[in-house]
Ligand binder design. Structure first.
Ligand code: FAS
Ligand code: PHB
Length: 393
């Protein structure tokens, strides 16, 4: 068995856990990061793609945005494609010249892992946290299994940044956390294709056949999504059917075809919203998807996770350096106000852009909402502000 003593034990090497570990290390606070998957797995896992203006600045201030600034694609607008017509949302013109950056979450995770390994801070891959003890005492204990070797970490604080199916939320007495949840009647089928993006900006499409999203990762890599039934399986979708459906939904007179290419990644993601509150139990703090899930239509998931860290890191630093706990005590309420704003925006975007499979009244309302967004300047401006910078408002 391996025993480790540290100041803060962090569960999960996702964006939240890794960035928090970095900021605490910079302040001289010891951390251990425990990740159940391999380094290869977490660095290849395809997820988010859009980084908000304020979050990109936060990553730069944290000293981990060198590659993001060099390789990230800065976008000043997005396109809504509604009923076959294109409407450009001029994000930067509508919102103080601010923009989004398209930079894959997997790239950011690679940058954060490389940063941590460069200063040799403890990062245990293939090490699954199984049990937490002492969360309301002076010393917490984290029991983990590192490929057959038990690891026991004792720490002053434990961070549950272990995602939407993690162990932290399950490690507290029944009834500790409230869980508000909504499940949507669709999933996203996502692909990564070796095909040049057809557009310089993201295209969000509401079509009678369903939702489609055209995104990208580089001038030669396209990232595309289809809204599908929640009980779909990937076996029903060969490359030909995927490209045919994407073309049927995204094609316009000006763009009758999509450039196609080999599909190198594909996945199905259920669409749901979850909020766990409070985001704390004793010396356990939740951050990122462990505390909240948003449907990806608003591109908020990773931004929200990093915004939690922007509050939690200085709160822990104040505690360790000045014995000041006021910011730790305010952490949950501070984050939950932003989380609910993001849930509202993500739900708004999801319902507006995904035709409901059976509720024609809902579809009429959503079509009217979409028309309002692209035709009433104040509605367009509000969408631009939330899309570009919600997590920093
Ligand atoms: P993460 O889930 O990234 O990281 C948690 C880590 O904890 C994981 O590496 C996991 O292996 C580890 N872990 C879990 N249990 C553990 C245990 N017991 N012991 C040790 N480690 C443990 N957001 C967008 O904005 N746009 C998108 O298109 C988008 N697509 C997504 C697709 C999928 C399939 C998923 C699941 C999420 C998607 N998201 C998207 C949201 C996503 O980007 C999250 O918001 C982001 O990963 C949150 O980061 P973390 O909170 O760090 O959690
Ligand atoms: C992505 O590029 O993966 C992406 C972009 C915008 C979204 C969701 C995903 O809303």
């Amino acid at each position: 068995m391996k025993s480790v003593r540290t100041d803060v034990a962090i569960i999960g090497a996702g964006p939240a856990g890794l960035l928090l570990g970095h900021l605490l290390h910079q302040a001289g606070i010891d951390t251990v990061v425990l990740e159940r998957r391999s380094r290869e797995y977490v660095e290849q896992r395809l997820r988010a793609g859009v980084i908000e203006h304020g979050i990109a600045n936060f990553l730069e201030e944290s000293g981990v945005a060198k590659r993001l600034r060099a390789e990230g694609l800065v976008h000043h607008g997005i396109e809504f494609r509604l009923e076959g017509r294109s409407h450009r949302i001029a994000l930067s013109d509508l919102y103080e010249g601010k923009a989004i950056t398209v930079y894959g979450q997997s790239e950011l995770v690679k940058d954060l892992i490389a940063t941590r390994l460069a200063y040799d801070a403890p990062l245990f891959f293939e090490t699954e946290v199984e049990r937490l003890e002492g969360l309301t005492s002076q010393e917490c204990t984290v029991h983990a299994n590192g490929t057959g070797v038990p690891i026991v970490v004792t720490a002053d604080y434990v961070i549950g940044s272990d995602g939407g199916h993690g162990v932290a939320v399950r490690s507290v007495p029944e009834g500790t956390f409230n869980r508000a949840e909504r499940v949507y009647p669709f999933s996203w089928l996502g692909i990564l294709a070796e095909a040049p993006p057809v557009s310089d900006e993201l295209i969000y499409c509401r079509h009678d056949r369903g939702f489609a999203l055209y995104s990208m990762r580089s001038p030669t890599l396209s990232r595309l999504y289809l809204g599908v039934s929640p009980d779909e399986s990937l076996e029903n979708w060969n490359d030909e059917r995927i490209w045919r459906e994407l073309t049927l939904r995204l094609a316009t007179d000006e763009m009758p075809d999509l450039p196609q290419g080999p599909i190198t990644e594909r996945s199905l993601t259920a669409m749901r919203s979850v909020v766990v509150s409070p985001m704390r139990y004793g010396r356990l703090f939740l951050a990122g998807d462990a505390a909240h899930i948003v449907p990806p239509t608003g591109a908020k998931g990773m931004n929200l996770a990093l915004a939690d860290v922007r509050v939690l890191a200085p709160a822990l630093i104040a505690k360790f350096l000045n014995s000041d706990e006021t910011r730790l005590d305010a952490y949950s309420a501070t984050c939950l106000e932003r989380v609910w704003r993001a849930e509202e925006f993500s739900t708004f975007m999801t319902q507006m852009l995904h035709p409901h499979p059976s509720d024609e009244f809902e579809n009429g309302v959503q079509r009217a909402r979409a028309r309002q967004v692209v035709s009433v300047e104040s509605a367009t401006r509000t969408l631009a502000r939330n899309y570009v910078n919600l997590s920093s408002l």
